[in-house]
Design a protein around this ligand. Structure first.
Ligand SMILES: NC(=O)c1ccc[n+]([C@@H]2O[C@H](COP(=O)([O-])OP(=O)(O)OC[C@H]3O[C@@H](n4cnc5c(N)ncnc54)[C@H](O)[C@@H]3O)[C@@H](O)[C@H]2O)c1
Length: 433
């Protein structure tokens, strides 16, 4: 069976299915289609399917033109019907892995997708899970779904885990430049997955097991979480000690080895850093191990929106103003610069907290014209000099490129800069995290 698959890969005749056309699956599908590989994207969200049909991209990294070209080439199509994967030689699963409540892994999307795949998969196909998840998921949760339907691994199908490591918006490292880690249920599965990824990615890094590949991704994101938690804590410490943390980071970054800069901010968001380490935390708990670092960093970061509100309140008090009744403009509500993604955005927590304290909130974000979330129902403010002067304080929560910061600096009465956009300029009116 694997010979057949190898031949198809070599001749670029294989067909690929990507399950879940989100931030991960959509660019992945187009990457293969761009190499003249026939790709079927399976998506259950009707709005996303309709957008694709109308050639309208809902992902910042994909332009409408790219989508149109992919559809016109005939190498990419999207469908809600799982039976469309019946001819696929490789099936890549990129569905969400959120948290249940505050910190429990929810792998129901993976299980549902895999069950649907197992009903339609053809003999000899390769299945690769890309969703970030805890170690053991591929072997303990996915493999049995196929086995229970009578599939024998290594004979009737092959199974791997390969973490997606894309960084939305990062122009320096597009997908094809990011080495791909693969771990299989057996070495042959990993070898096949490596051949598939080599079509679009230069460097593939095989590891000894799916469990190792799952943990690689969690190490990477836990490393980020802990370093962000550390620098957030140090920024609060430095503020008390009247030390400029931004200057400290800049100078420390001149060390050519052994240091990597991380920056403080209003918290972390998106569908990775806030939750991936908690998957590892949860799994480790089942082995009787308590990861104190993960818990501590999560708690420090979770406090940041409240800390920002406290600092804004202090800044207003120094100017003889009360937070209650003050007009606050939030600049940037997405979780990341230049990325249209509101998932777990700390700006939303800041807005809720400011509202609870009686502040009057408005926001401006070039990527989000309307904000309807939780108890928030707002329209993005169009900025002009007069409008900016109406606010008692402007919070730079997310530092999108398309904002006229000069105009803000010229007109705002008070700015709280949580992203170091102003690099310490105009100290009497700009307070920094
Ligand atoms: N967003 C990132 O930057 C990033 C980076 C690396 C890894 N990841 C991981 O990749 C996975 C996917 O993340 P994402 O950001 O692309 O999520 P997303 O929510 O943007 O996309 C997932 C898509 O899967 C679809 N879906 C859900 N169940 C399905 C099913 N049964 N069949 C078909 N489609 C289904 C959803 O409708 C959605 O469109 C997660 O595990 C995440 O942790 C994300």
């Amino acid at each position: 069976m694997d010979k057949d698959l190898r031949r198809k890969i070599k001749n670029k005749q294989l067909k690929i299915a990507v399950v879940g056309l989100g931030y991960v699956g959509f660019p992945l599908a187009l990457e293969f289609a761009g190499k003249s590989i026939e790709v079927t994207g399976i998506e259950i969200d009707n709005d996303r399917l309709a957008a694709i049909a109308n050639r309208r991209s809902y992902i910042s990294d994909i332009s409408n033109r790219q989508l149109s070209d992919a559809l016109a080439s005939g190498y990419f199509k999207a469908s809600a019907d799982f039976s469309d994967i019946k001819e696929a030689d490789a099936i890549l699963i990129c569905v969400p892995t959120p948290l249940k409540g505050r910190d429990l892994p929810d792998i129901s999307f993976i299980k549902n997708a895999v069950k649907a795949v197992s009903l339609h998969i053809k003999n000899g196909a390769l299945v690769i899970l890309e969703s970030t998840t805890y170690p053991g998921t591929t072997e303990e949760e996915i493999l049995p779904i196929f086995q229970n339907r009578g599939f024998r691994h290594g004979k009737d199908f092959f199974l791997c885990f390969s973490p997606e490591r894309i960084d939305p918006g990062n122009k320096r490292f597009p997908m094809h430049k990011i080495p791909k880690v693969v771990g299989g249920i057996n070495p042959e599965a990993a070898r096949l997955a490596a051949l598939v990824y080599h079509i679009i990615i230069k460097q593939v890094v095989p590891v000894s097991s799916a469990r190792c590949a799952e943990t690689v991704k969690l190490l990477e994101n836990t490393f980020r979480l802990i370093n962000i938690g550390l620098i957030d804590e140090l920024s609060m410490m430095a503020h008390k000690m009247k030390i400029d943390i931004w200057e400290v980071i800049q100078a420390a970054s001149t060390k050519p080895f052994g240091f990597m800069p991380f920056y403080p901010g209003p918290g972390v968001g998106g569908h990775c850093i806030p939750k991936d380490p908690l998957y590892l935390y949860w799994k480790a708990k089942s082995f009787g191990f308590n990861s104190r670092f993960i818990r501590l960093a999560s708690n420090v970061i979770a406090y940041m929106p409240e800390y920002i509100v406290k600092r804004i309140e202090e800044a207003l008090t120094r100017r003889k103003k009360k937070l209650k009744g003050s007009k606050i403009l939030i600049m940037g509500v997405t979780y990341k610069k230049d990325i249209k993604d509101l998932r777990k955005s700390p700006s939303i927590d800041v807005i809720s907290s400011l509202k609870n304290k009686g502040a009057k909130i408005a926001y401006s974000d070039p990527l989000i014209p309307f904000l309807k979330l939780k108890d928030i129902d707002l329209k993005s403010v169009v900025l002009n000099d007069k409008k900016i002067r109406e606010f008692d304080c402007v919070l730079i929560a997310t530092d999108h490129s398309a904002v006229d910061y000069g105009r803000l600096l010229k007109n705002a009465r008070l700015i709280f800069d949580s992203r170091n956009v102003f690099k310490g300029r105009l100290k009497e009116r700009v307070e920094r995290l």
